[in-house]
Design a protein around this ligand. Structure first.
Ligand SMILES: [Zn+2]
Length: 264
C-alpha cells in the first residue's frame, strides 16, 4: 500500500493510549495501526503549507517568503508575550490576531523530560501536551488573552524549564512528578496582572503513548538528506515516529515535505 502527501503534524485523540492520524490527501491513516509494520519513507519534494508552491521549507512548514509575511507565522506565535491585539495594535493582520490572541489561553506545566512551562490556546488542551510527548501535565492559569499568558510564562521561566529534551523524552527516561505541588510552589511567581486567574483546584492529566519499545540512543532521521528510509515502526510519542533501529522521525518538524509512504 502506498500513500503520497505533504506532511502536516499528526492529529491526535486522547484515549487510553493516544491515537495518531496522518492526513495524506486522499487517505486519513490511523498511524497506530502501522505499529510493527515495515514502513518506507521516500522524499518527493517540498510543498509550502501556505502558498502550496514547490519551494524549500524554511520554518513551520512554510517557505521563506510566506514565513516572513503571513499572519499565522508572526513573532507572537513563538513569543506570546509580544502579543498586541489586546491593545488594538497590528502585527501583520489585526483581524486574524484578534481572533487568535483574544481568546482563553492556558499556562501549563508539562512533564516530558523535565517539568516545563508553556502556553497554549485553551482549545489546544490536551493536543499541545500530546505533541510535546508529555506523560503528565496540569494547567496553572487560564487567562482571557495570549499576552497575559505570555508574560506569565516569561515570569515562571525564571523558576522552571521551558524546553523539552527530546532525547530524554524519547528514551522515556522520565520521572513522575507531583504537578499539583509544582503548581502551588510556582503560584507566588505569577505576575500581578494574572494572579486572579490562578487555577487552585485541578489535577494532573496523564497521557499514555503507543510505544512498544523505547530507543536507548535515539538518532534523528533527516529524510531530505537520506531521500529514502525503511524501518519497522515500534512507537509513536509526541510528534515522533520511533523505529526499531532507534531512528526517530519528527513529523512536525518535517511539515511541508512531500513524501511517499509505503507500508510493506
Ligand atoms: Zn509559501
Amino acid at each position: 500500500m502506498q500513500y503520497t502527501g505533504v506532511l502536516k503534524k499528526m492529529d491526535t485523540e486522547i484515549t487510553e493510549k493516544v491515537q495518531y492520524y496522518l492526513d495524506m490527501k486522499s487517505d486519513f491513516i490511523n498511524v497506530n495501526q502501522l505499529l510493527n509494520k515495515q514502513l518506507t519513507l521516500d522524499f518527493v519534494t517540498y510543498e509550502c503549507l501556505n502558498c502550496h508552491l514547490e519551494k524549500e521549507i524554511y520554518r513551520q512548514g512554510f517557505c521563506k517568503s510566506c514565513f516572513f509575511e503571513i499572519p499565522t507565522a508572526g513573532d507572537w506565535i513563538m513569543k506570546p508575550e509580544l502579543s498586541k491585539a489586546h491593545l488594538d495594535i497590528e502585527d501583520r493582520d489585526l483581524t486574524y490576531e484578534k481572533k487568535v490572541q483574544l481568546q482563553p489561553h492556558i499556562v501549563y506545566l508539562a512533564n516530558s523530560s523535565d517539568v516545563k512551562v508553556g502556553v497554549t490556546r485553551k482549545t489546544q488542551v490536551p493536543t499541545r501536551w500530546i505533541d510535546q510527548g508529555a506523560h503528565e501535565a496540569i494547567e496553572i492559569v487560564e487567562v482571557p488573552n495570549r499576552y497575559l499568558a505570555g508574560i506569565t510564562e516569561v515570569a515562571l521561566k525564571e523558576h522552571v524549564a521551558d524546553k523539552t529534551n527530546w532525547r530524554t523524552m524519547l528514551k522515556n527516561d522520565i520521572k513522575d512528578e507531583n504537578l499539583v505541588e509544582w503548581r502551588e510552589r510556582l503560584q507566588a511567581f505569577i505576575p500581578e496582572e494574572a494572579k486572579e486567574y490562578y487555577i487552585a483546584n485541578n489535577s494532573e492529566t496523564n497521557i499514555n503513548f503507543p510505544v512498544e519499545k523505547y530507543p536507548a540512543k535515539p538518532k534523528s532521521l533527516n529524510i531530505v538528506k537520506e531521500q529514502t528510509y525503511t524501518g519497522k515502526l515500534v512507537g509513536i510519542k509526541g510528534q515522533y515516529l520511533i523505529f526499531e533501529d532507534e531512528r526517530v522521525f519528527n513529523v512536525r518538524s518535517n511539515e511541508g515535505i512531500v513524501i511517499n509512504l509505503t507500508i510493506n
